[in-house]
Design a binder for this molecule. Structure first.
Ligand code: PMT
Length: 429
């Protein structure tokens, strides 16, 4: 059954940023007195903007109510494996796939035993077995239960299975006994989740500037010259970089899609504004120019709306060249160590793209064939690109723009790991 309770004012502004701000957590609360700490953990996650879904086991429901969990997580709570409503809306497979990390807190001796033995008799245990995502557990139980050989055997199995185990604290227990088995405080669990991402994010501490969307070049106060870019490709790249821990500044032209989560977004209109925002954001480690920047602008836009008068011939617009942002970044004294441009071509795509790589002085070009009808790319959800470097050409299959962004970010991760590669690039310039 899905417990559908709706939003309450939880009293905190979501202002704090953390490596978790761009992350999605599935929290499983099993039966244990420490479950009350998980409510505070949800609150800490939400405070940084972390997306949290919660599964509450039958045991967990004895200690915290679905209403509290739902109010704090701002989502329905999942409790039942067999509810048709849950399965159609968000089944156990999807619940696990959508999370970047699954946290079980508290993890009872019973749930640990089920995990170690592949037993699936409720939503929590089934989701855990079906998961292909990292799992972190915070065992909490009476010290005698913790010390039992069976519990320790099960924990050893889980360790070998690659499950991250947060050791319980020593102290006074709710049952009146003293020993090992106390669940750490919510702040400690929050820190463990942050550390998990920091230690597993190859690009943590790197910075990137990404451009996205079209530019609008004014003709007069109401008219402009623009293009069909929706920002989907550039925004997806910014979002994927942020997920790898990169501190991203997204400079975007006017688009109707939302700014990606956890990214500093600067909205501009013209190519000149974009150049200023980009150069102000330097230095950075990575630059990705996915924006469709107008090559020309009207030299002197009219201050007043241009009027159509009877008998008058159509006005002629005089154009002047816009600054080339990609070329500017490539030759900037604070040049990022990896500069990536895009090439949008309607014909002879690879040759034009290779020529742009050389002319603009970037390290890689992502080439895509664009057109209005059969292969629109502009505004579409999918893209088919070729990644061209100074020495290689890789044709990638057609994929969603999110998957293209993931593939590109994987390449960036590989490249930035290879210090030799960067060294040879910088000495070649
Ligand atoms: O936004 P979407 O709807 O998702 O569409 C995605 C896209 C088609 C816009 C994207 O995949 C893409 O190809 N972006 C680059 C579009 C473009 O302007 O290409 P270009 O070949 O004209 O420019 C080559 C490179 O120089 C680009 O990196 C561009 O950002 C950059 N440039 C161009 C002109 C200029 N004055 N300054 C620049 O920095």
């Amino acid at each position: 059954m899905v417990q559908d309770f709706f939003l309450f004012d939880i009293g905190d502004d979501m202002t704090e940023t953390s490596v978790l701000s761009t992350r999605s957590i599935l929290l499983i609360i099993s039966g244990g007195i420490a479950a009350y700490k998980s409510l505070e953990l949800i609150r800490l996650f939400r405070k940084t903007g972390t997306y949290v879904r919660v599964i509450l086991t039958k045991g967990g429901e004895q200690f915290v109510t679905p209403l509290s969990v739902s109010a704090l997580s701002e989502h329905p709570v999942y409790t039942d494996l067999w509810s048709l409503k849950d399965e159609s809306e968000m089944g156990h497979i999807r619940l696990s796939r959508e999370a970047d990390l699954i946290i079980v807190a508290p993890a009872s001796a019973n749930l640990i035993a089920k995990m170690a033995n592949g037993i699936t008799d409720d939503l929590a245990s089934t989701t855990l077995l079906a998961s292909n995502k990292p799992i972190m557990i915070s065992p909490a139980m009476n010290p005698e239960m913790w010390a039992k050989p069976s519990t320790q055997r099960n924990l050893e199995i889980l360790k070998q299975d690659g499950i991250h185990i947060i050791a319980p604290n020593v102290g006074d227990m709710a049952c009146g006994e003293t020993g090992t088995g106390r669940m750490p405080e919510a702040t400690e669990l929050f820190k463990a989740a942050e550390d998990f991402f920091l230690n597993n994010q190859p690009l943590a501490a790197k910075t990137a500037i990404v451009t996205s969307g079209p530019t609008y070049e004014p003709i007069d106060p109401v008219r402009f010259i623009g293009n069909r870019s929706s920002g989907k490709q550039g925004h997806a790249i910014a979002a994927e970089l942020a997920k790898q821990g990169v501190n991203v500044t997204l400079v975007t032209g006017p688009v109707s899609i939302p700014a990606p989560h956890g990214v500093k977004t600067i909205a501009i209109e013209t190519a000149e504004d974009m150049k200023l925002a980009v150069t102000n954001a330097l230095p950075a480690d990575i630059f990705v120019g996915a924006a469709a920047v107008a090559d020309w602008r009207v030299e002197t836009p009219s201050v007043q709306k241009m009027k159509k008068r009877v008998g008058q011939t159509a006005p002629e617009l005089k154009f002047t060249e816009n600054p080339d942002i990609l070329a500017t970044v490539s030759t900037h004294p604070n040049r990022p160590s990896l500069v990536i441009g895009f090439a949008a071509e309607t014909e002879d795509v690879l040759n034009y793209a290779r020529a742009k790589l050389v002319k603009k002085g970037c390290d890689w070009i992502v080439a895509n064939q664009v057109g209005k009808d059969a292969n629109p790319v502009f505004g579409a959800d999918d893209n088919q690109v070729t990644l061209i470097t100074r020495t290689t050409t890789e044709n990638w299959p057609s994929a969603s723009k999110t998957d293209v962004a993931k593939m590109l970010v994987n390449k960036i991760v590989e490249d930035l790991k290879d210090e030799q590669q960067q060294l040879s690039r910088s000495t070649a310039k």
